[in-house]
Design a protein. Structure first.
Length: 151
């Protein structure tokens, strides 16, 4: 089914918002009969951002389920039970991802048993990871900091 697209007085009808807008509000499309996309730039942007957000949510859901066997609902319940803060430092996440959005708290788990321990901020998650969850190393670090506390 092909829609008849007309441009009248340098304006075109957006098939999404149904507004007649200047042709500068439409991107080019060589395959369209009039040479312009059927939706205006604003509607196209809204649709793109909505799909991008939906993709990110689905991607996160899939990651949680595949990696930790937990649902987004499980994550949200754990987050709420921790007061929306890191289980170690009791601070909200401040670290940002590549898109400059604040990261979600990381799911901390035992690498031997796979048991989920809690949600950690990026910094605390790396602290445990860099110590390879070795209590002795972490205790030595604490002792070292105590010795050099007032320097």
């Amino acid at each position: 089914m092909s829609e008849k697209i007309t441009i009248i007085d340098g304006k075109k009808l957006c098939s999404i918002c149904k507004e007649t807008l200047p042709i500068k509000n439409f991107t080019k499309n060589a395959r369209a009969s009039c040479g312009l996309n059927f939706r205006c730039k604003s509607c196209a942007s809204e649709m793109y951002l909505g799909k991008k957000k939906e993709f990110a949510t689905n991607s996160r859901k899939n990651h949680l389920l595949r990696t930790f066997g937990m649902t987004l609902s499980d994550y949200d319940k754990m987050l709420e039970s921790q007061g929306n803060v890191c289980a170690i430092c009791k601070e909200p996440e401040t670290s940002k991802n590549r898109s400059l959005n604040v990261r979600f708290l990381s799911v901390d788990h035992c690498h031997n048993s796979g048991k989920i321990r809690g949600l950690l901020c990026h910094r605390c998650n790396h602290l445990l990871g860099m110590s390879t969850d070795n209590i002795d190393i972490l205790q030595e670090a604490i002792d070292y900091l105590k010795i050099h506390k007032n320097e």
